[in-house]
Design a protein around this ligand. Structure first.
Ligand code: COA
Length: 254
């Protein structure tokens, strides 16, 4: 593990911690590679019966690191795509504990988590329209499957913030607790899961995900094609430049 992605085993639970609090746990390219490898390793290790994903500090994750997003050779697959596949294919229970901001990739990973526990400070956002981009991680399918087409469309089109109580009402999270109780609650639930035989947990996960996987695959391919068209577009460059310059984007000339 790297300094930005911590791993600790507790009674069959592998706790993976996004650890870049000074950037609200924005995930840079080495972290995406680390996440991919961590999920593959957790899948292969039968002493691990459940993964608990958390963010260090007061925030879960501010998504893709916008400062390093374009640091790829032309045509090279971005590691966030292979990390997505590793999470989608992860064949054991995945629990997430989220508080503070959960934006972009920091939100879409939750749609593939089996159970999400939220702190009261949770604020979730799907900012793709505001970045001149498209949804990723199969979220264009998974969010609809989880909360219904109209609610999903509203969140994607408006890029509005979703507070903890609304996330609970929509079924994006299973429970909301005070931030101070969040980690202990999520760890206790993950331990409760991890007491059972790993093969049974695998079979349950397979049954729960079976019908979603082909649709997720279709969605990821469509999203990647859209991302190829939109990444580096004038509106995307304007949005990222505006974020780095701490100003509102001006799409009027795009
Ligand atoms: N990529 C790179 N850096 C990020 C980041 C991201 N996704 N999100 C936050 N940061 C950095 C900020 O640049 C800032 O760095 P600095 O202190 O060196 O200037 C630091 O993290 C703290 O963020 P800041 O913007 O000052 O906090 P805030 O409370 O005002 O706002 C957010 C928090 C999450 C609302 C805001 O940072 C944001 O909108 N980030 C972008 C989220 C996003 O669009 N992610 C991409 C999804 S595809």
């Amino acid at each position: 593990m790297s300094e930005h992605l911590l791993s600790e085993d507790r009674d069959g639970v592998r706790v993976l911690t996004l650890n870049r609090p000074e950037k609200k746990n924005a995930i840079n390219n080495p972290m995406w590679v680390g996440l991919r490898e961590a999920f593959r390793a957790a899948a292969d290790d039968d002493t691990v019966r459940c993964v608990l994903l958390v963010g260090a500090g007061e925030h879960f994750c501010s998504g893709v690191d916008l400062a390093s997003f374009g640091d790829m050779a032309p045509g090279e697959e971005h590691p966030f795509e292979s990390a997505a596949r590793a999470v989608v294919e992860f064949d054991k229970p995945l629990v997430a504990a989220v508080q503070g901001v959960a934006v972009g990739g920091g939100a879409t990973v939750l749609f593939h988590s089996d159970i999400v526990y939220a702190g009261e400070s949770l604020r979730l956002r799907l900012p793709f329209a505001s970045l001149g981009l498209v949804p990723e991680w199969g979220s264009s399918y998974m969010l609809q499957a989880n909360i219904g087409a109209q609610r999903a469309a509203e969140l994607f089109y408006t890029a509005q913030w979703v507070e903890a109580d609304k996330a609970l009402h929509y079924g994006i999270v299973a429970a909301v607790v005070p931030d101070s109780d969040l980690f202990e609650l999520a760890l206790a639930k993950a331990r409760e899961i991890a007491q059972w035989p790993v093969n049974s947990l695998r079979e349950i996960k397979r049954s729960l995900r079976l019908h979603h996987l082909p649709a997720i695959d279709t969605a990821i391919k469509a999203e990647q094609a859209g991302m190829m068209r939109q990444a580096g577009s004038p509106e995307n460059i304007e949005a990222v430049t505006a974020f780095m310059e701490r100003r509102a984007p001006d799409f009027s000339r795009c």
